[in-house]
Design a binder for this molecule. Structure first.
Ligand SMILES: [Zn+2]
Length: 102
């Protein structure tokens, strides 16, 4: 297999959403899922434009998705902190302008 750059590159994968266990019944009447043992697979639930979406995953994808979620959280927190610092800077700027008085 060739090593090609995929969108977002695996190293920096960032995803938003919640990991959970997706349960479903396959519709086969003789399957155990009809007797209360649904098929389970890991999935990522996320919302786009107010609508929930689900992306089912393979178990081997879960560690990578967890890391990608962590990256999202880190960057989101960093941006949040930066935005709050920005508000403080703006506040100081406005106060200085008022204090400069005309
Ligand atoms: Zn089944």
């Amino acid at each position: 297999m060739g090593k090609k750059e995929e969108g977002g590159g695996k190293e920096g994968l960032v995803v938003r959403g919640t990991l959970y266990t997706f349960r479903r019944r396959c519709g086969n009447k003789n399957c155990r899922c009809q007797r209360g043992e649904p098929h389970e697979s890991p999935a990522l639930a996320y919302s786009v434009g107010g609508r929930m979406r689900i992306l089912t995953l393979r178990s081997e994808d879960v560690p990578e998705v967890k890391k990608a979620l962590e990256r999202y959280k880190k960057e989101r927190d960093a941006l949040e902190a930066r935005a709050l610092a920005g508000i403080e800077a703006l506040r100081a700027m406005l106060a200085e302008r008022r204090g400069g008085g005309r």
